[in-house]
Ligand binder design. Structure first.
Ligand code: NAD
Ligand code: UDP
Length: 314
């Protein structure tokens, strides 16, 4: 099986490449290194089943592959808001290019969509049948609407051209290999706590997220790719255990053994207030559920950042 992973040098993509190589795939990892790095996959270079290609998916590419895990897209608000026009081009033109490739070579393609398609949800927990509550003109819309268009493209290529498509909606995921400067809440809190710096809380910290450990999500991606013919999704994948940002902050301080304090900043624009996946569809269709509780995964992630920061905590 020859498998393409777009965004393969990123946080999730690099874990996925590793897993696919273990499962015996030939892996082509394609990335423009915007938010991913060569270092994330340097340990895979030299494996004869692994190829690393620098390419921007906004441009078409010709490859012969059987499977496409389409992950390329910056995922942290800090990264996707840095160049919002590029973010939406990546989701729209990038997905068209990958679907065109899938159509040409008859490959099965999986899109890593996001819980952000639900926006600031009015339904809690979120099921796949909920259409969402997204501000189409806000600062998050380059990402949220980009992914909504990407989902639309997947379904239209499926209906119109019979492309074998699968959509997963991933909820907040954390784990080793998140970049120190990733900007998402888990990495920000772990790094600040280890350095003994204040933990930045946007808003009152009572907003919630449901955090999934990376290994659980990689299992779900693989299960979805190999799910039964005709099951295109979308399917939610995430850990339904819900925490406030304040609860996450105190766990991070405790696990780092730190005396860091909290410092409150204004809430971010359009920041969703509550988020928790209903994963009954994933359970039914994929026989999948997450196994790693936050306190376990966060300790492993803290150790990753401790190693990254080195003995002087810098
Ligand atoms: P990440 O930023 O670490 O990885 C994204 C990768 O895509 C990076 O390596 C980046 O360099 C690459 N990339 C970006 N634009 C590109 C382009 N135009 N051409 C080629 N490569 C490009 O983020 P991640 O957390 O690993 O997320 C991976 C995917 O999963 C994304 O599609 C994201 O939307 C989705 N997702 C992630 C989460 C999460 O919590 N991690 C949640 C929901 C959805
Ligand atoms: N957040 C925070 N401090 C940080 C980073 C994020 O309080 O240093 C909050 C943010 O406002 C949001 C939640 O944590 O309510 C999750 O933010 P993240 O950027 O990780 O992901 P997303 O908002 O995309 O779910």
């Amino acid at each position: 099986m020859r498998t393409l992973v777009t965004g393969g040098a990123g946080f999730l993509g690099s874990h996925l490449c590793e897993r696919l190589l273990k499962d015996g795939h030939e892996v082509i990892c394609l990335d423009n290194f915007f938010s991913g790095t060569r270092a994330n996959v340097s340990h895979l270079i030299g494996n004869r089943n692994f190829e690393l290609v620098r390419h921007d998916i906004v441009e078409p590419i010709l490859l012969e592959v059987d499977r496409i895990f389409h992950l390329a897209c910056p995922a942290s608000p800090v990264h996707y808001q840095y160049n919002p026009v590029k973010t939406i081009k990546t989701s729209v033109m990038g997905t068209i290019n990958m679907l065109g490739l899938a159509k040409r070579v008859h490959a099965r393609i999986l899109l890593s969509s996001t819980s952000e398609v639900y926006g600031d949800p009015e339904q809690h927990p979120q099921t796949e049948s909920y259409w969402g509550h997204v501000n189409p003109i806000g600062v998050r819309s380059c990402y949220d609407e980009g992914k909504r268009v990407a989902e639309c493209l997947m379904m239209d290529y499926h209906r119109q051209n019979n492309v074998d498509t699968k959509i997963v909606r991933i909820f907040n995921t954390y784990g080793p290999r998140m970049a120190i400067n990733d900007g998402r809440v888990v990495s920000n809190f772990c790094v600040a706590a280890l350095k003994g710096e204040d933990l930045p809380i946007f808003g009152d910290g009572k907003q919630t997220r449901s955090f999934a450990y990376v290994d659980d999500i990689i299992d779900a991606l693989v299960c979805m790719m190999e799910s039964r013919d005709g099951f295109a999704g979308p399917v939610n994948i995430g850990n339904p255990d819900e925490f406030t940002i304040l609860q996450l902050a105190s766990l991070a301080i405790e696990f780092a053994g730190s005396s860091s304090k909290l410092v409150f900043h204004p809430a971010r624009s359009d920041d969703p207030v509550r988020r928790r996946p209903d994963i009954s569809l994933a359970h039914r269709e994929l026989n999948w559920e997450p196994h790693t509780p936050l306190h376990e995964g966060l300790k492993i992630t803290m150790d990753h950042f401790r190693r990254e920061l080195g003995p002087r905590g810098t």
